[in-house]
Design a protein around this ligand. Structure first.
Ligand SMILES: Nc1ncnc2c1ncn2[C@@H]1O[C@H](COP(=O)(O)OP(=O)(O)OP(=O)(O)O)[C@@H](O)[C@H]1O
Length: 307
């Protein structure tokens, strides 16, 4: 699979403090990639450098094979971008906004526009400034999708959307990415929502790349493990570095295995806990995996193991 987005040693400082720090990353074409990270991790700054809305201090960002600094109308007509703080012309209503945008995009699809309008159910004749936050987000989404972009970059797209609209939006986006083969980069803190969509997960922390992996592989390698003992138990020393988040409670020890394997885990348990009676394993959600990472970011020198 070729890359739709490439970052090479991208660095952006604000007052000499790095928001994005020597970030190299490749995002394959045709995938929906979740772009995750704690507050201030550098997600929005990365996206802005990618779309030439901010100038990096060093390194390079490329989208659709084009250096972001050289993006012109030809490329921008193939990129859909929606951000939480998007400025829309507030004096226009939705009909005027669409009339204004349509001529700028040769591939604008009127039928698709109508379909999205029906799904999003936005009042057409109310000025954008008088729409609710969620309605404005929907207007921004609609106007960025109706020209069938090849790559869609969404920065916190769910903010302000009520649960039903989130559901409709997710459903619509899923359908579109499957049918159209769009590439999507989606930055969000709504990880449950994002898990339903994403094929890949990228995690940033303090401007650095912490993880870039397929969702299936990630969900496959993380497990919650509960080990049961005949008597109360203390945590022994020398446990594998790929285990974390230990909880000791009476005759039970719980932990997270970052490299779960059906045959390796029983061997490891036999070695480290020879007196164990039984053990159980449970999968983690993407949100739970993200929390494991986020907790580790607060510990000195203790990042979770990568694949
Ligand atoms: N225009 C700016 N001026 C000064 N500092 C900035 C500016 N934009 C971002 N930063 C800083 O850069 C860092 C990264 O911010 P950024 O908005 O990229 O993070 P984020 O991952 O998108 O965060 P969030 O999830 O909270 O939206 C933060 O420390 C932020 O304070």
């Amino acid at each position: 699979m070729s890359s739709i987005i490439e970052l090479e040693n991208l660095t952006k400082n604000f007052r000499k403090s790095p928001a994005v720090n020597d970030l190299s990353l490749s995002i394959p074409e045709g995938a929906v990639t979740a772009f995750l990270g704690p507050n201030g991790a550098g997600k929005t700054t990365t996206i802005k450098c990618l779309l030439n809305l901010q100038v990096p201090d060093s390194g390079q960002a490329k989208i659709l094979g084009c250096d972001s600094r050289k993006l012109g109308p030809k490329q921008l007509q193939r990129i859909g971008y929606v951000s939480e703080n998007q400025q829309l012309p507030s004096w226009m209503n939705v009909t005027q906004l669409l009339d204004y945008l349509r001529p700028m995009y040769p591939d604008w699809d009127r039928e698709f526009e109508k379909k999205l309008l029906r799904e999003f159910n936005i009042p057409l004749k109310t000025k954008l400034r008088s729409l609710s936050r969620g309605q404005r987000m929907k207007a921004a989404l609609l106007s960025s999708l109706a020209y069938r972009p090849q790559v869609v970059v969404l920065d916190e797209p769910f903010s302000g959307l009520d649960p039903l609209v989130r559901d409709e939006f997710l459903h619509g986006l899923l359908e579109l990415t499957e049918v159209e083969g769009w590439s999507v980069l989606i930055s969000s803190h709504d990880i449950e929502e994002v898990q339903r969509l994403c094929d890949r997960v990228t995690i940033l922390n303090r401007g650095h790349l912490e993880l870039n992996e397929s969702t299936d592989e990630l969900l496959e390698r993380f497990r919650k493990v509960t080990v049961n003992f005949p008597d109360s138990k203390n945590l022994p020393a020398g446990l594998p570095a790929t285990w974390s988040d230990f909880q000791v409670s009476g005759r039970t020890i719980r932990f997270i295995d970052h490299r779960f394997h059906t045959t390796t885990l029983p061997e490891q348990i036999g070695k480290h806990f020879p007196d164990a009676l039984t053990h159980e394993v449970q999968p983690l959600t993407l949100r739970e995996i993200f929390v494991v990472f986020a907790k580790s970011f607060r510990l000195p020198n203790n990042p979770p193991s990568q694949s």
